[in-house]
Design a protein around this ligand. Structure first.
Ligand SMILES: O=P(O)(O)OC[C@@]1(O)O[C@H](CO)[C@@H](O)[C@@H]1O
Length: 397
């Protein structure tokens, strides 16, 4: 696809309005009204915060319930950046600004309340750490890692595909490395779009390429992401995997460098093939074949179309960028009210290289689904766009 043609396609697309939180009955409104207050209470209970932090969390709860975005403390290291991004937004209700923006700001305010960037003892303490740790220690993970041993019976192509599906469904956070072909067929049936053939042709054509894997959640999603990265490196489909994570805690479970290390340790401590993968990944990090990035833009309230030049150059130099999860999908397509049949290639034409989205559907942003498929999905009258029951693999060369 030539760059010139991409721009023409992009220009031809009318840009729909952003998804907002102030639409009665919408998923976005429920996030602000129901999810955020609960989350603030959960964070407050997860650690023995000192009285000053508890008061700050109470104030945040009040802010969320009153629904007015208050400014960051002027002393915050990033106060100026947020004031600039938030021009015309701060002071308004969370629900009256674009959904992506309001949510992002809320997570920044959680870190302010818990003192994550402050000078006190809570500096650098992940407020979502206890939840992440509980997930990683949970009994399900043992079973999921043990199931990796079943991949020994598969051909390299079957194994790569099974691990890809494990990584994809890991985004639902109830992943399973159920790698039997029956399991794969069941999972494939819930794929709203399945561009796996294009994905693998891109990977193979560039092998051993440099693959950027833009991670989403820690724990039970990051483990299968790492296992997939290991397989790509081990079978020579990738010469280098660049794993992009968040520089600091975000959207509850988003992966940070500390979470990557926790997952590597979890793999190394497991029996069987999981431990072997963990050992290879450890070596790959030491040798620079698996590298970590934690770019500040990963926590910016902005779509990828507005990414800074250094990140653009990074993605441009990759043979493929894989975007994991719902939030990355929203940022990739701009979190707008696209008619769902709008072509994925047209919406992502701005992206500086081949790109694949691996995502379970957990919010309203949706493109690239043909009208007929939409009608079939809508027919039973059950929600499918925001429940995580369906997934998609969308690729653009
Ligand atoms: O990126 P993930 O983990 O797949 O999904 C994150 C997400 O579903 O959680 C939010 C609800 O708080 C949504 O706005 C958002 O898209």
């Amino acid at each position: 696809m030539s760059g010139a043609r991409d721009e023409t396609v992009a220009e031809a697309l009318p840009t729909p309005p952003p998804i907002m939180g102030n639409v009665p009955g919408s998923y976005a409104l429920s996030v602000f009204r129901e999810r955020h207050p609960v989350l603030v209470r959960q964070v407050a209970e997860a650690l023995p915060y000192s009285p000053d932090r508890r008061r700050a969390l109470d104030r945040l709860l009040d802010e969320v319930v009153r629904d007015v975005m208050e400014p960051l403390e002027p002393s915050a290291h990033d106060a100026a950046a947020w004031a600039e991004w938030g021009r015309g937004k701060i002071g308004r209700p969370y629900v009256d600004v674009p959904f992506l923006w309001g949510e992002s700001y809320f997570y920044r305010k959680v870190l302010e309340a818990t003192g994550y960037f402050g000078d006190g003892p809570w500096r650098g303490i992940d407020p979502f750490g206890p939840m992440k740790q509980a997930e990683l220690d949970g009994p399900d993970v043992d079973g999921e890692l043990a199931a990796l041993d079943e991949t020994a019976a598969l051909s390299p192509a079957e194994r790569a595909d099974a691990l890809l599906l494990g990584s994809l469904w890991g985004n639902r956070a109830d992943l399973s490395f159920g790698v039997t072909l029956t399991g794969d067929r069941e999972k494939a049936a819930d794929l709203v779009v399945d561009d796996r053939p294009l994905l693998w042709s891109l990977v193979e054509a560039a092998a051993p390429g440099r693959i950027c894997l833009v991670a989403d959640n820690a724990g039970r999603e990051l483990l299968p992401d790492l296992v997939l990265a290991d397989d790509l490196l081990a079978c020579g489909l990738a010469g280098e995997v660049v794993l992009h994570v968040k520089p600091y805690p975000y959207f509850v479970s988003d992966a940070t460098p500390a979470d990557v290390l926790a997952c590597l340790r979890r793999l190394a401590a497991a029996p069987g093939r999981a431990a072997e993968a963990g050992a290879r990944l450890w070596d790959a990090m030491e040798e620079g074949r698996l590298t970590l990035r934690a770019h500040p833009f990963a926590c910016a309230p902005l779509p990828y179309a507005e990414m800074p030049d250094d990140l653009r150059a990074e993605f441009a130099s990759a043979s493929l960028t894989v975007m994991k999860g719902d939030l990355n999908y929203r940022r990739l397509v701009g979190d707008r009210m696209w008619p769902a049949s709008t072509p994925f290639a047209a919406v992502t034409a701005y992206f500086p290289g081949p790109v694949v989205a691996l995502r379970t559907l957990k919010s309203d942003a949706l493109v690239g689904v043909p009208e007929r498929a939409l009608a079939e999905l809508d027919a039973p009258g059950r929600p499918w766009r925001t429940t995580g029951t369906h997934a998609m693999v969308q690729a653009r060369p």
